[in-house]
Design a protein around this ligand. Structure first.
Ligand SMILES: [Zn+2]
Length: 345
């Protein structure tokens, strides 16, 4: 089968698009014929380094995706051949302390598509049936493929971690990013007030068109000052953040007393000043988050099925265009998801 896979680490020279052996479907697994996948920041990390992530080369790239069931166990009742499906990329062990507690996303033996095992930039993927969900009919394959990383991550940050409420105000940094854009959509889905930031005025215009209530052009604008001004000097209830060190200080200064900040990334550095005095005097809550578990994905899909969420697509590429898509993601020029069209539905 055709696939985009890594033969090493460091730049696009290690990304090969060519033939790989068909995956062997194990017991309890589903063989999925892939139709679409999308590119995520972690694909860039795997291409350039992959450090700290146990994997074997050559490895097929790609975490999220949507496709059609090709083969299942005879005893499988929930899925049938020909069914349209969308994939959750994280395969937990089901037996560790965290899996038993119902927090599969904290699994000590978590195996992620495209990170620890062969991923979705391929004509076929085999994975446990528990990670395969019926695709919401309201979405097409490209839109559904976009849900498994960015929207799932934003869902957990907002609803599970920050426990946001419709009357609250959220500040979302770097609205060009996939998780940030998903967070804007989910915040507006429940009627929150959303403030967004970007260096790019064009992206701010697009975010306003998607329902953002206020846009901060930063730099040059001062985010904390602008966020306080917009909230009448009070500050925002929640910050959704993955930019890291470059914005951490202004993120803390933008929060109301008792406010919550949730981070899922550190693109500009992971060692900002802690500002501990502000943290304890104003009783701020700092929360880390990454991806989301199967139940959160099920909730996200229900929202999509009801027509409440539709991912934004930036551009589309054939499987042979994976290196071009990675370059565009790295440039930061995109607004929305970069889709890899793998096959016809
Ligand atoms: Zn586990």
């Amino acid at each position: 089968m055709r696939a985009a896979y890594l033969t090493g680490h460091g730049g696009n020279e290690v990304v090969t698009v060519g033939e790989r052996p068909m995956p062997l479907r194990g017991p309890g697994e589903v063989l999925v014929r892939m139709v679409a996948a999308t590119v995520n920041r972690v694909d860039l990390y795997m291409r350039d380094s992959g450090a700290g992530i146990t994997h074997r080369l050559p490895q097929i790239m790609g975490l999220d995706g949507a496709g059609v069931v090709e083969a299942v166990d005879g005893a499988e009742t929930r899925l049938r051949p020909g069914q349209r499906v969308v994939l959750h990329p994280g395969i937990g062990c089901g037996r560790c302390e965290f899996c038993l507690r119902g927090e599969g996303v904290l699994c000590t033996a978590m195996s992620l598509l495209g990170e620890h095992r062969d991923g979705t930039f391929a004509e076929y993927v085999s994975l446990p049936a528990s990670n395969v969900f019926a695709m919401p009919e309201a979405l097409d394959f490209a839109e559904a493929a976009a849900l498994g990383v960015n929207h799932l991550t934003a869902w957990r940050m907002l609803f599970t971690k920050a426990r946001v409420r419709p009357w609250e105000t959220v500040l979302i940094f770097g609205i060009g990013g996939g998780v940030s854009l998903a967070a804007l959509q989910l915040a507006k889905m429940i009627g929150m007030r959303a403030i967004v930031t970007s260096r790019d005025a064009g992206k701010l215009d697009r975010a306003l068109a998607l329902g953002a209530d206020h846009a901060i052009h930063a730099p040059p604008q001062d985010v904390a000052r602008a966020a306080l001004a917009f909230t009448g000097g009070r500050g925002v209830d929640v910050v959704i953040e993955n930019v890291g060190a470059a914005v951490w200080g202004s993120a803390l200064k933008s929060l109301v007393r008792g406010g919550r900040i949730v981070t899922c990334g550190a693109t500009t550095g992971d060692q900002p000043g802690a500002d501990l005095r502000r943290l304890f005097i104003r009783q701020l809550q700092v929360m880390g988050s990454t991806l989301g578990d199967l139940s959160e994905f099920a909730d996200l899909l229900t929202a999509c099925a009801a027509g409440r969420v539709r991912p934004v697509i930036d551009s589309r590429y054939p499987l042979s265009g994976v290196p071009v898509a990675l370059d565009r993601l790295e440039s930061g020029a995109q607004f929305g998801k970069l889709v890899i069209d793998i096959a016809e539905a």
